[in-house]
Design a protein around this ligand. Structure first.
Ligand SMILES: NC(=O)c1ccc[n+]([C@@H]2O[C@H](COP(=O)([O-])OP(=O)(O)OC[C@H]3O[C@@H](n4cnc5c(N)ncnc54)[C@H](O)[C@@H]3O)[C@@H](O)[C@H]2O)c1
Ligand SMILES: N[C@H](CO)Cc1c[nH]c[nH+]1
Ligand SMILES: [Zn+2]
Length: 798
């Protein structure tokens, strides 16, 4: 390091005073420079290995710009505020990239540990050629009797070229001309390297060693590339080893390879060269033994180097790239392109011998029943521990957090977290006509059923003569609809939420769904439904982060008034969180968590039907639960049912999920229909299926359920997709207090009243009496003042 560290304000100074670049440490003042100005300085350096830092005192650079600087070659940030340093560390700047001011000096720790006194930072306008020379010369010492300074000459790759000597004059000349100029002891005169041989050196930097008694000149050797008078690269001979030796050999062959030689063929046939690179790369990945790995890697380097040489790219260019990449502080995930990932053969459903077994308990065994009907969910506190930081991150960092969390939880790197309407046509690629028709039919049935529920009329009741009360509906203006996409993508949920939102007249409909790993998009079916219901945006995110983005809004996600839709425990917990946060001002539909079903069947029920219904919900997720309540079932029927579940489950692609779900699911045996319905009401299932004789007549006994499926030919899947009812339903037993999604879920109701003088006469005294007992005199007075003016109260009324 030199005794002074130049502080720059722009690129002009470098043009006027190019010798400034000889300092291997430069600081750019961030106060008056934009990010681009600073990066221009980095690029205009002849020696990219220089340390260029930025002084962040009173700088007006935002966090993103600061990070961009560190990603593009700035080595460290000079900072004198501990708070700002803590903030930068929080936004992802490694502490080693901060040069902190402490005890009158800046402490630089990146690559080399040094203290830089504040006085060493000198504004470039105050540096002249003489002062620059003097600062170097005055810091040098020598113990040689001839007063010369030992000077090590190295190239830009830090390979030593030779040991020479300098005196004050040669140093000044070298700095002034930025070329290699030394003092020749044999000729006792200034030695301008290359003056006769033509092998002139460009001087890149001048450094002092740790105790100031030796100089290092970093040079770029020009001419034939020889430093030594014996025409070798260094005074110790040519560089034969390693990649530089190989580069020289190949450069030589490139210009002189004999016709017909393999190297000539390689340089002339780019396809052959590409094929060899791929072949060697593959062999390297297959090598196992240490010596084989080294062997294959050497081959790969050979062909890769041939490609560099053939295209005029040098190892130095590659190393510069490595340096810049090494300095980056934010990195891409580094996943391989899909074509390089070994395709897994589709796994055949795992046929294990282990029975998929539905446990049986008797309704009389209260303890066993209690255990059987306990839902397999994580405790709220545990799940909130995971969800809270996610929400806080989104609230604080908006889109940036959404992108980061989507990369973390969904494995998708996005540029932007939102797809805006009108949705590009290519997003519908893959949507078949069959599916379009199926979705259209479902949309139409859901529309019919939900339109019939639509309340538009104003309800009016005259409670007393002159007192008219009314209630009128209004749509919730902005709604956020969550469409699950974790273990399965559910376009059906898009229509179950989007259609009633449209029917109710919501002004803005925002979809959110996790993007697919394969291409970072949501499925074409979801996009199709979004288009049909007039969604304005699709937020490409899932889980708690998607919920938080819609509840609080981000740069690109609009804040909504209500969030609706089912999801896993993270989604449900986040919905519960935001509805309790008054800062969010956001309501939710209900807790609609992992799917569940309770089937009541009797001895006459078709075991295949019953098993298929249980499995249709079991396949949703390992946290789903299915309960079969049997009315007076014989032992053989129970066995048949258990076998049917096992056999059908083995045929399912999601058998592994089913197996885990069935492990916490049960058959509960009841002795009567009455007892069965008591059991069901106590469980309050999301879906209740009645596969019993005269099922319809039992609907009156249902007190708590999300949706009921009546009779043997009403599989639950019909409600999931196409019958017209809504499939977004309360789970966890919340059917006790919540309805499933319906048109009114997207509406709110405003009441109004109009009171005439007659009306006031009829209710005024009652109002005053109650206000008096509550001690709220202003309330009482608002009536009293009017009634008095109307002459409805006797004089002196108190
Ligand atoms: N009650 C209903 O009306 C109803 C309707 C349809 C679906 N469902 C249920 O919805 C659920 C859908 O769940 P899903 O997981 O398939 O999709 P999902 O879209 O609900 O959740 C996936 C998201 O969860 C997040 N996530 C995953 N692991 C995480 C972790 N460890 N920490 C934080 N976040 C994490 C990810 O961001 C991911 O995008 C199922 O349980 C299904 O049964 C319920
Ligand atoms: N059964 C789910 C509600 O719990 C809804 C659904 C969507 N797709 C398939 N099923
Ligand atoms: Zn389902």
């Amino acid at each position: 390091m030199l005794p002074i560290v130049p502080v720059l304000n722009g690129t002009d100074a470098l043009k006027e005073k190019p010798y400034i670049c000889l300092s291997n440490q430069i600081v750019v003042d961030g106060k008056n420079s934009s990010k681009d100005d600073i990066l221009e300085i980095v690029q205009s350096q002849p020696n990219q290995a220089h340390n260029v830092s930025v002084l962040l005192k009173d700088a007006r650079l935002d966090d993103d710009e600061v990070i961009a600087l560190l990603n593009n070659g700035i080595s460290t940030l000079f900072i004198d505020s501990a708070e700002y340093a803590a903030h930068l560390i929080e936004v992802g700047v490694p502490s080693v990239r901060l040069t902190m001011f402490k005890d009158g000096a800046y402490h630089f720790n990146f690559g080399q540990v040094q203290k830089i006194q504040e006085s060493q930072l000198v504004d470039v306008s105050k540096i002249s050629l003489d002062s620059f020379n003097n600062s170097i010369i005055s810091s040098l010492k020598t113990d040689r009797s001839d007063g010369l300074y030992t000077t090590l000459v190295v190239d830009e790759n830090e390979r030593s070229l030779g040991l020479v000597y300098s005196n004050k004059e040669s140093i000044s000349l070298a700095i002034e001309t930025q070329t290699g100029i030394y003092f020749s002891r044999s000729r006792n005169e200034i030695w301008r390297k290359g003056a006769t041989s033509g092998n002139v050196q460009q001087l890149l930097s001048v450094e002092l060693d740790c105790d100031g008694d030796a100089l290092k000149f970093v040079v770029r050797q020009g001419g034939s590339g020889s430093f030594c008078h014996l025409d070798t690269e260094s005074c110790f001979g040519d560089f034969k080893h390693g990649l530089y030796g190989l580069q020289r050999l190949l450069q030589d062959r490139f210009s002189n390879a004999p016709e017909g030689s393999y190297t000539k063929r390689l340089f002339d046939d780019s396809e052959l060269l590409s094929a060899k690179i791929k072949e060697e790369a593959e062999e390297l990945t297959e090598a196992v033994e240490k010596k084989d790995i080294a062997w294959e890697c050497a081959d790969l380097f050979y062909f890769a180097m041939a490609r560099l040489v053939a295209n005029g790219v040098s190892l130095e260019d590659v190393e510069q790239n490595l340096n810049v990449k090494h300095m980056k502080i934010t990195r891409r995930k580094g996943d391989a392109k899909p074509k390089f990932i070994k395709k897994e053969e589709p796994v055949a459903p795992a046929v294990t011998e282990e029975k998929i077994f539905l446990n049986v308990v008797s309704a009389d065994d209260k303890t066993a029943v209690e255990q059987a009907v306990t839902r397999p969910i994580q405790k709220t506190a545990e799940i909130m521990n995971l969800v809270n930081p996610i929400i806080e991150n989104v609230v604080k960092n908006g889109d940036k957090a959404l992108i980061e969390l989507t990369a973390r939880f969904d494995g998708v790197e996005l540029e932007s977290p939102v797809l805006e309407a009108p949705f590009p046509k290519e997003y519908l690629e893959g949507l078949t006509d069959e599916l379009r028709d199926a979705l259209d039919l479902s949309i139409e049935n859901v529309r019919k059923f939900h339109e019939a529920q639509m309340q538009t009329d104003t309800l009016t009741v005259e409670t007393q003569p002159g007192v008219v009360c009314s209630r009128f509906p209004r749509p919730i203006e902005k709604v956020g609809l969550y469409i699950p996409g974790g273990t399965a993508i559910l376009p059906s949920t898009a229509l179950m939420l989007g259609v009633p939102a449209k029917v109710a007249g919501c002004k803005e409909i925002v979809f959110a769904s996790p993007p697919r790993k394969s291409d970072g998009r949501v499925s074409p079916e979801v996009v199709y439904v979004a288009g049909k219901v007039g969604a304005s945006k699709i937020v490409l995110a899932g889980g708690a982060q998607a919920v938080a983005s819609m509840a609080y809004g981000t740069e690109s996600v609009p804040k909504v008034d209500k969030i609706l839709g089912p999801g896993n425990q993270f989604v449900t917990a986040a919905k519960m969180y935001v509805q309790n946060d008054t800062q969010a001002l956001c309501s939710i539909d209900m807790p609609a968590g992992p799917s569940e079903v309770l089937v009541i069947c009797d001895e006459e029920a078709d075991v295949d039907f019953v098993a298929s219904d249980l499995l249709s919900q079991a396949e949703h997720g390992i946290d789903s639960q299915v309960i079969l309540v049997g009315v007076s079932l014989s032992d053989s029927k129970i066995k048949e049912l258990q076998n049917a579940v096992h056999e059908q489950a083995l045929q399912l692609p999601r058998v592994d999920i089913v197996r885990k779900c069935i492990a916490h699911s049960s058959i509960i045996l009841c002795k009567s229909y009455e007892e069965a319905f008591q059991m069901s009401n106590q469980y309050a299932p999301e879906h209740l299926i009645l596969q019993i004789a005269d099922a319809e007549s039992y609907v009156k006994d249902v007190d708590h359920a999300g949706s009921v499926f009546v009779g043997a030919y009403t599989p639950e899947s019909c409600g999931d997709y196409s019958s017209g009812t809504n499939h977004t339903l309360p789970t966890y037993g919340y059917a006790r207090q919540y309805s499933g999604v319906n048109t009114a879920t997207f509406q709110k109701f405003i009441t109004s009243q109009a009171v005439t003088p007659t009306g006031l006469e009829n209710i005024g005294r009652a109002v005053m009496s109650v206000a008096k007992v509550e001690g709220l005199d202003a309330h009482r007075n608002a009536v009293k003042i009017r009634m008095t003016k109307l002459g409805l109260l006797p004089t002196g009324f108190e």
